[in-house]
Design a protein around this ligand. Sequence first.
Ligand SMILES: Cc1cc2nc3c(=O)[nH]c(=O)nc-3n(C[C@H](O)[C@H](O)[C@H](O)COP(=O)(O)OP(=O)(O)OC[C@H]3O[C@@H](n4cnc5c(N)ncnc54)[C@H](O)[C@@H]3O)c2cc1C
Length: 306
Amino acid sequence: MLRAPILYLSRRRGLQRFVGRQRLTAAVAYRFVAGDTLDDAVRAVAAINSRGATASLDHLGENVAEEPAARAAAQDYLKAFERIAAEGLKANVSVKLTQLGLDISEDLCRGLLRGVLERAQQLDNFVRVDMEGSVYTQRTLDMVFAMHKQFPNCGVVLQSYLYRTEADVARANAAGVRVRLVKGAYDEPADLAYPKKSDVDASFERAMRTLLDQGTDPAIATHDERLIEATKTYARERAIGPDRFEFQLLYGIRRDLQERLLREGYRVRVYVPYGTEWYPYLMRRLAERPANLWFFVGNLLRERRS
Ligand SMILES: Cc1cc2nc3c(=O)[nH]c(=O)nc-3n(C[C@H](O)[C@H](O)[C@H](O)COP(=O)(O)OP(=O)(O)OC[C@H]3O[C@@H](n4cnc5c(N)ncnc54)[C@H](O)[C@@H]3O)c2cc1C
């Protein structure tokens, strides 16, 4: 019930400024975000690597409205690749096309993405293009599929709540494009996305099976234990080894589950967001789990009293 209103608030820039001014730091945002700087993220990734997991670095930012900000975001990713290489980290990066200027111009975004992919290729690294709201789905897929012909080191994210995803999974598998499968974090209308959670989960399971059978190094990204179990069972039944897919989870969520999967011999990648633009990301995490909201409100009230 709270999901749609929280996701609505996640898009309100005025509220972003208000919340950003509160000193809502360590306890809430930094439960889900590694810190403000690349140094913070590098420290988090080193710790994750030492536990046997890999990482994907997300320098927070989306819906950038000014060209200099889009160019700066691309530069930040180049710096991230340099640090990953210099420190020998086991990490790739995740980018959002609206962070690279998709709302400003497709040409600008394409040029910046190309620069990031070129550097990633030189350093033998990989770029995952996150999936945003449905107004961007087709443009994101078109750009990634076109880029993939020249840069096989890029992959995409598909969201099981969208009706179209089954067809997109088939297309990605045929083209050898690497897919991260997620349920989907945005507020979508019923003509595009399953309104019922049980249907989203069933769609996730169908897509998971197709990806395990025919995909290229698929990533099953969920904290849903039932779907994780379904993935393990399906892989076992089809003799698909743990080297053929990976589980992905978000920084700060279900670390116990990360540890368990690692102990069982599965590959685990942790998505590590960092940076000061954490407001929309935090709101999506709150929308997923209302219990997080009470934690958030409690901290906000304590701050206002202090
Ligand atoms: C690595 C990764 C990358 C992602 N990239 C994208 C992307 O590019 N585009 C996109 O739309 N979405 C993305 N998502 C988010 C995804 O779409 C879901 O919104 C999110 O993963 C929550 O769904 P769930 O699969 O964990 O299942 P749910 O059914 O929502 O949750 C299952 C269980 O997980 C735990 N859990 C879930 N969320 C939280 C939380 N916020 N806090 C605490 N516990 C929680 C709870 O125990 C819950 O019962 C990504 C998720 C992951 C893990």
